[in-house]
Design a protein around this ligand. Structure first.
Ligand SMILES: Cc1ncc(COP(=O)(O)O)c(C=O)c1O
Length: 472
């Protein structure tokens, strides 16, 4: 019954009326499409004067509201100037992709519905849909049907989850007493070429950075299994407690794959959790031609794969997959009366690091549903072909390729007379024609080139090679 009470109107700048919202949505859609085209043709590098921008920011004292259409146009214009552009097909950089269109659509849908994925009680369909995608990827990796997992902010969170699982399984008292429950100092193992966020992971988990043993490589960027076995045995003999062996499937610097079968065997022999960090390289699962490069991944206790890397979804969209769902539940259990549901093994907030969470899995669901595994296989193989063309062209110009990756990363050393690597990279970036990175591979300075954009053309490759040779 209306008792005459009245409420203030909603704040229109935050919650515009339908027709205003529709007009702004259309404006945004067309302005973004034009910006996307300009970015693809323009400089890969930021072009903004940051001193002037900081001055400009001072105008935003948030005292006087400003019109939304102007704000949108201003934001797009500044974004065009103010970042390294992963959506430019001449970005041959770190593992950041040009995002797939279905994943961009997923973000739009998610931002309108804004589901809370902490619990299946509040978001039954999104939670089920994410679990379906995780199961599909797990099956593709050859993990058993009971394998489970969740979407994460990225590879770092997924890798952190693997260490928490390893600690939880290794020592019953860890949940209550932390590392004090162990009979000696805990240790974990990854190769010297691993992603160095493992140091942060060790720090965060409370085992300390010195717990991470950086195992020698074989001269070709892959973990040396004999060194690994020796390191584990030596730690044991000295009273340490090895809990986790990490094999990297697609090293960040050079796209190398550690010997997964041998690493799995050593982990098995020592009763240690075996994790495969396939943050980038995991997408090779989609390719029938490259799948065998990941042989041994099926032995993993857990796997990290980032959809926001080679699966080309928007950032950040990690996946943690494990064959031991009960360990996840043990590591993250919690109970409270205010949550709409608390089902072990199902509700994300009691099976993962996060509580409130975004609907990340829709990005990979829509991309996979639209392209199929074959579409993703073609995408991955195309990147490998791009890198093969780059390699051939550079070798023909006197460069030396130093890594033997089957994936889409090339590490090269320039011919004498072209200058040192950092100077070449500086020159390429200053030109804005392409983006590449300096890196080290097996202790040697190299120039690292990675195919990350699904639409790079042969002309883009030509532009990259020309940019590497200043005089072209
Ligand atoms: C092999 C590997 N593991 C982990 C990570 C960290 O992933 P994220 O940046 O998504 O946290 C990266 C990032 O490049 C990586 O290459």
């Amino acid at each position: 019954m209306d008792d005459g009470d009245d409420l203030p109107a909603p704040v229109p700048a935050l919650f515009p009326a339908r027709e205003d919202r529709a007009r702004l949505d259309d404006l945004l859609t067309s302005a973004l499409a034009l910006a996307d085209e300009r970015v693809a043709r323009g400089s890969v590098m930021p072009t903004i004067d940051m001193v002037a921008f900081r001055e400009e920011l001072l105008r935003f004292d948030f005292a006087t509201p400003q019109p939304m259409d102007e704000l949108l146009m201003w934001t797009i214009a500044r974004m065009e100037q103010g970042m390294v552009h992963m959506t430019n097909p001449r970005y041959f950089g770190l593992f950041n992709p040009g995002p797939s269109f279905p994943s961009q659509c997923a973000d739009r849908i998610t931002s309108v519905f804004n589901p809370q994925l902490a619990s299946s009680g509040s978001s039954p369909l999104p939670v089920e849909l994410e679990a379906h995608v995780i199961r599909a990827v797990a099956r593709r990796a050859g993990l058993p049907p009971e394998a489970t997992g969740h979407f994460a902010t990225g590879g770092s969170e997924a890798n952190y989850t693997s260490l928490l699982c390893a600690l939880t399984r290794a020592e019953r008292g860890f949940a209550t007493d932390g590392v004090r429950a162990f009979s000696g100092p805990v240790s974990l193992y990854a190769s010297r070429e691993c992603h160095i966020a493992w140091l942060k992971v060790a720090h965060q988990a409370g085992v300390g950075r010195s717990a991470l043993r950086l195992v020698d490589t074989d001269g070709k960027g892959r973990m040396d299994p004999r060194s690994l076995a020796r390191a584990v045995a030596a730690d044991r003999a000295q009273g340490a407690v090895p809990v986790l062996i990490v094999a990297t499937a697609g090293t960040t610097g050079a796209g190398m794959i550690d010997p997964l079968v041998e690493c799995a065997q050593i982990a098995h022999d020592h009763g240690v959790w075996f994790h495969v960090d396939a943050a980038w390289g995991g997408a090779a699962l989609a390719s029938d031609r490259l799948r065998d490069a990941l042989d041994g991944i099926e032995h993993a206790d857990s796997v990290t794969i980032d959809a926001h890397k080679w699966f080309a979804t928007t950032m950040g969209c990690g996946m943690f997959i494990t064959r031991h769902g009960h360990v996840l539940s043990e590591a993250f259990h919690s109970s409270t009366s205010f949550m709409p549901s608390s089902v072990a093994g199902i509700d994300p907030y009691i099976n993962s690091v996060q509580w409130s969470r975004r609907f990340l899995g829709l990005r990979l669901f829509l991309s996979l549903a639209a392209a199929g595994w074959d579409g993703y296989g073609a995408h991955v193989e195309r990147s490998v072909e791009i890198i093969e063309v780059v390699r051939k062209r550079l070798v023909a110009r006197g460069w030396t390729a130093v890594n033997e990756s089957r994936l889409a990363v090339l590490c090269v050393v320039p011919p004498p007379g072209l200058g040192d690597i950092k100077a070449i990279v500086r020159r390429v970036l200053a030109s804005g024609r392409a983006w590449v990175a300096p890196a080290t591979f097996e202790g040697r300075d190299v120039l690292r080139i990675c195919a990350t954009h699904g639409q790079s053309t042969i002309e883009d490759v030509g532009e990259l090679v020309a940019a590497l040779h200043a005089s072209d």
